[in-house]
Design a protein around this ligand. Structure first.
Ligand code: NAD
Length: 292
């Protein structure tokens, strides 16, 4: 039987609609949620991501400001921009689009952001709260979006074996902590590039999250029948049948659809949920921390 497809686009739009009344409320109090996005250089994928974030702001009624910096910019110059945004009381959320050019210390830049404006949820303070079991603050958007997908599905996480493939700071590691937290109660395994017998470990999992960055890496024969499969990957691969000559695909082989119980599509799964959670963090940051 084919898996139930978990439509992140539809759920993301529902979350954005729910935010609108909170945004109206804030506007009634003279507070207009405002997201500032800093983008460095001309990486085409980053420009698409930033444009998608701007469009989500337009849909929700969040003000957005985009600051374009040349790829030759220095670390100090980026830090100055971050400091200016920290001091600007009209700005509620600051996001510095990754990746930054070689030679720029990304964690230094992220940790310069006021944690109350860190809508990406990557600041040491916000990640530290997460590790301490406090999930009420600004959570990293992709892991938070995946938790929403699980919440809105009929999959029960408690006592289940969850396998997170990938241990990145922005996806795999924070997601593993969220899945293990009290109330979610999954038994979590984290796999990475040095993991041995990945296929075997995967076959034990009731929930598989693939955040690797390798096209169609997770194979159907690795999947326990009926498992929940969340595909985080966004990979562009050649496709001569397309006008553009390429197409997007995830980290999971599409044939997994025939084995899994639930699966997120790529595109249209985790991606739109990440953006919806960014909008949610911007609104939450305005509600909790606005100085105006
Ligand atoms: P990353 O490159 O920081 O981390 C990749 C992880 O995969 C590493 O921890 C590495 O150990 C692991 N890995 C690599 N090869 C492996 C192997 N052979 N076996 C097991 N593990 C292996 O990547 P990231 O930033 O976490 O992103 C992962 C993917 O998710 C990318 O395709 C990225 O584009 C995508 N992504 C999507 C969203 C979204 O909103 N949909 C958000 C963030 C990232």
């Amino acid at each position: 039987m084919a898996a139930t497809i978990l439509d992140g686009r539809e759920l993301g739009r529902t979350i954005e609609k729910d935010l609108m009344s909170r945004i109206d409320n804030l506007k009634g109090r003279g507070l207009h949620p405002h997201l500032a996005v800093v983008i460095v250089g001309d990486d085409p994928a980053s420009h698409v991501y930033v444009r998608n974030k701007e469009m989500a702001c337009e849909r929700c009624g969040i003000k957005s400001t985009r600051i374009d910096l040349d790829s030759s910019v220095t670390e100090i110059e980026i830090l100055k921009v971050v400091e200016m945004l920290n001091l600007d009381d009209s700005v509620n959320g600051i996001l510095v689009q990754s990746p930054l050019p070689k030679g720029i210390d990304e964690s230094l830049i992220i940790d310069a952001i006021n944690p109350q404006k860190d809508v990406d949820g990557f600041h040491n303070v916000n990640l530290g709260k997460l590790v301490q079991g406090n999930t009420s603050g600004l959570l990293p958007c992709t892991p938070a979006g995946i938790m929403k997908i699980l919440e809105f599905s009929d999959f029960e996480t408690s006592g289940k074996n969850a396998l997170v493939i990938g241990r990145s700071r922005i996806v795999g590691m924070p997601l593993s902590i969220l899945l293990a937290q009290r109330g979610i109660d999954a038994t979590v395994t984290i796999a990475h590039s040095r993991t041995k017998n990945l296929a075997e470990i995967c076959r034990q999992a009731d929930l598989v999250v693939a955040a690797i960055g390798r096209a169609e890496f997770v194979k159907p024969e690795w999947i326990k029948p009926g498992a929940m499969v969340i595909d985080v990957g966004i990979n562009r691969i050649p496709d001569s049948t397309r006008k553009s000559g390429s197409r997007l695909t995830g980290d999971v082989d599409p044939d997994v659809m025939d084995i899994a119980g639930w699966m997120t599509p790529v595109p249209g799964g985790v991606g739109p949920m990440t953006i919806a959670m960014l909008m949610s963090n911007t609104v939450m940051g305005t509600e909790l921390f606005s100085n105006i």
